[in-house]
Design a protein around this ligand. Sequence first.
Ligand code: 26M
Length: 818
Amino acid sequence: LALAPVTAPPHSVDGFVREFLRELNTSAGVTLSRSTVNDQYLSLARTVRHYLSARWLENTRKIRDTKAKMVGYLSAEFLLGRQLGNALLATDLEEIADKALASCGIDIATLRAQEVEPGLGNGGLGRLAACFIDSLATMGVPCIGYGIRYEYGIFRQTFVDGQQVEQPDTWLTLGSPWEFPHPEHAVQVDFGGHTEKYTDTDGVERSRWVPAWNVLGMPFNYMVPGYQNGQVNTLRLWSAQATKAFDLSIFNSGDYAEAVRAQTFAENITKVLYPEDSTPQGKELRLQQQYFFVACSIRDFLDRFILDGDVRSLPDRVIFQLNDTHPVIAVPELMRVLVDIEKLEWEEAWEITKKCFAYTCHTLLPEALEVWSTELLGRLLPRHLEIIYRINDEFLAEVRAAFPNDEMRARQMSIIAEYPERAVRMAYLATVAGSKVNGVAELHSQLLRDKVLHDFSEYWPEKFTNVTNGVTPRRFLRLANPGLSELITETLGTGWLTDLERLAELEPYAEDAEFRAAFVRIKAANKTRLRRLLEARDEVAVPDGHLLDVMVKRLHEYKRQSLKLLHIVSLYEQIVTGKLSADEVTPRTFVFGAKAAPGYRIAKETIHLINSVAAVVNRDPLVKDVLKVVFPSNYNVTLAETLIPAADLSEQISLAGKEASGTGNMKFALNGALTIGTDDGANVEIRKLVGDDHFFLFGLSEPEVTDLQTAGYRSHEFYESDPQLKAALDLIASGHFSGGDRGVFEPLVSNLLYDDRFMALADFRSYVDTQAKVDAYYADQDAWARSAVLNVARSGYFSSDRSMRDYIDRIWHTRPLR
Ligand code: 26M
């Protein structure tokens, strides 16, 4: 059937209005005059969608026809942020939509504010995935993102008496105009049961999986539009549903209630995002989530793109990038499909599998490395455990052959850990199977080679590589900071947004007083925008004329929000005791944004302390003009987009050697904030590029941390030898921030005094001294503005477009379409 190609509506105000009104009438089923804001938002979203659909279908067809090699980005998280603004930008419809809605008497800003962001991720790892698929679409590289459509994303954070209380994130309730369900592409996923040996018709001994239960994977497609290039890639997120088998049991058992319970059980798999971002708990449902989305994705790729059924061509058609270890169960799954279903020989299947995967590691914390007990894995996925054992046996045989009489080494490298229980080390499985293993910043990749995966990098030196993270300048510069973007375009012309290294051409303008003045005006306007938002959103007042000092990231001990707090408490303590006069300190507003994992006690207590310090400091007339602490609840991508462009100072203060990369650090620098930071993660590269004179470095270096650890770190020695530190900690311990109750923050104080795993006390002196330099430098507004401009000019490297080029060159070897 020769169908007329779908065409986009006309790119005009009239065309847009017509399309919008039609959506209101036919999809929402209302007239303009009776429509709600939500009706209007949904119709606007669907209208914008129409401009993308034709290109999307065309793109998918072209990939299939040309058999182009694709990236399959496997990630348990995609922290997308709001879609509307990005879709309007990608289609170049911002002005048209503005005018079209105005002609209907609607302010588009109200509709934009109506969108609930899809928070399908915890933090850096999930946001990175979203930046990467944006860049690939913009570069025209064929990619399909595969992940999970959680019914509830990252929890909504509220504060009750200063303490975090989690509320469910009901992002789907008002409608989800950006997704396309595809029931016809649903996939069955099996679980449980046992395996049995049998002799195949060809006389070969094989293993067969006899699963006990199954669920259905329902795909939901999302368009991933490139920036004004007519390319639209796909993000495919899977939702779990009960299969017919579940429905049948209603009739068979006669126990209706039990049958419905079983249905709920199946649908639980994609019910909720686990809100932990570093401490895997080995929870069965989490493993079910991981296998569920990965099994769906592999089946889907084979069905959709390997149309001739020749699985041997798979390595020419796809590279599956494993975003951390969460999707690593895909390795034995592909082996199972190739060996058990496609009946390939083990050796050939293994050669194919190795070529199809590459692994990105995102951590350095040993407790964050995922392991699954063989008890659990064997119960849920018995065939996969068998496959993992065989992969391990063959791998260890190789190691023993290469290093005879070195049983220690073989044991250390085993994919199977024996203590404290028999368990599969997912990072090792990924390293053995992957064609490449990469860290996410230079320092991180070096530490992976030297420490976390040392034996493996010795065995396969060429397997290890680095790709420094990046962020999409479309969302985090163009959309978040339209003022600065316009100034850049006025200065450089167009083109820089997809060629971000061109920001270097701004360098000479750092010396241009007029340009600096324009930059300062934009920063001030961004602060005003933030002030208005926080007033409306959180009923907090941000004073005018303050240095805006921002620390936004997940709450974790290694990121050291406690060190930031010690700085604030110390300033406060010195002013109220008269050691420091209020007019000696640069007026500052400290902004925090952070969610704590619900089960992470110390992190939650730190949130309580930040709020308690804020309450006391903000009320004290002695410091009222110079110190203000603001902690808006529920930090998310949407808030980041207003917060980051307003910031003067970016806090990147993790203990050296603990933050794999950081990506917030890049977003701040790109928007002209100066960084105070340790020599950690991508800070190292930011400092190298922007220059020491425009970056505030402090703290121990990674080798110094290691030495101090080896020598024996006793934090209370730092407490005892530094009166300023002692006074700050004593003030917290005294109950000053807890209505006189010394018990409330005792665990936090003790933790710092007697454990302090992340050496906050060791870095305190260096930190506060460096903050004093920040104060002094800020006093010279002109010098500060110059440094800020240079931060922008020198941050082009941190575009995720560059990260994608590095992945393509070093790992994927794919090409853009056309
Ligand atoms: C694991 C098990 C159960 C539930 C959740 C998890 C889990 C989820 C997310 C564990 C780790 C997760 O993310 C880790 C992460 O976000 N790492 C960050 O990755 C960024 C992108 O590379 C880096 O910039 C950060 O430095 C790194 O901390």
